[in-house]
Design a binder for this molecule. Structure first.
Ligand code: SAM
Length: 264
């Protein structure tokens, strides 16, 4: 139901990689170093972006299980990662949370996933990982902030409409959208975990023009559904934003947060 495309995930992967908070990757790395048999379950793995970003930071011999409900993305993950020893793939719908295979898992990882899920999902998920004593590394949770260096009077209205769309059902009930990071932090701290959260915004300039264009094009439908502005105003705003990508010193920031939560 989430309908992510391989091309979109490939386009965003370099920006995601650059945005990940290095301090939290260090914490993840140190935590796994202390494990006798480190094992990671990457949920909502897409084509394997998290594995590619973290593989050189985890101890040699770490086993990985990559899970996604989308067979096309999983197939691409398997094709691109190949038969790297220690990496397994499984088609899995996260709505079947009670069956999430966490036996022996030291750390659950996820990227660009938790803004899609509901608060009820988060509660049930946190209960499951706490019961198993697994850590959580959840990166690139959209936080609702989008800023452009070259301003347009409708920027705030459009971001506000997009953020309301981010809270519509993405397959798990009403999505947390920009509230995902804070929700995970609250739930895991309440369960006795040590939680650290850091900003991980995309900071995009003209060299990321293709990503910026795709991102803006992806706003069209959500804005048509949620904005109080007319389709013509939305098109004018998009045309301004697209043209501004090539303007001198043009910058766009899309806010995310990364979070790591470890059993105390
Ligand atoms: C924004 S993509 C992120 C993919 C990958 N983690 C990355 O960073 O490139 C969200 C991922 O969650 C997966 N997903 C969405 N709903 C899911 C569900 N119910 N069960 C399992 N995976 C799901 C999608 O198929 C997609 O791969």
């Amino acid at each position: 139901m989430s309908g992510f495309e391989t091309e979109w995930l490939a386009l965003r992967e370099p920006a995601d990689k650059a945005a990940r908070a290095p301090a939290l990757i260090d914490t993840l790395s140190r935590y796994l170093q202390a494990m006798p048999a480190p094992a990671i379950a990457d949920i909502g793995c897409g084509t394997g972006s998290t594995w590619r970003s973290l593989k050189s930071h985890v101890p040699e011999g770490t086993s990985w299980l990559l899970l996604d409900h989308d067979p096309a993305l999983l197939e691409e993950a398997e094709r691109s990662i190949g038969n790297n020893q220690g990496v397994a793939f499984r088609r899995f719908d996260l709505n079947d949370l009670q069956d999430l295979p966490l036996e022996g898992v030291s750390m659950v990882t996820a990227s660009a996933l938790f803004d899609l899920v509901s608060e009820d999902f988060c509660v049930a998920f946190c209960d499951r990982i706490v019961a198993q004593g697994c850590g959580l590394y959840a990166a690139l949770n959209y936080d609702g902030i989008i800023r452009w260096s070259h301003r347009h009077p409708l920027d705030d209205d459009m971001v506000e409409a997009f953020n309301r769309h981010q809270q519509t059902d993405k397959g798990f009930g009403r999505a947390l959208g920009p509230a995902a990071g804070a929700c995970l932090e609250r739930l895991l701290e309440a369960r006795g975990y040590q939680v650290e959260e850091l900003p991980s915004p995309w900071r995009l300039d003209g060299t990321a023009a293709v990503l910026q264009k795709a991102f803006l094009s992806g706003l069209r439908q959500p804005l048509r559904e949620m904005s109080y502005h007319s389709d013509a105003e939305i098109e004018d705003w998009l045309a301004f934003r697209l043209a501004a990508i090539a303007a001198p010193e043009s910058r766009c920031e899309v806010g995310h947060t990364d979070l790591i939560a470890l059993p105390a």
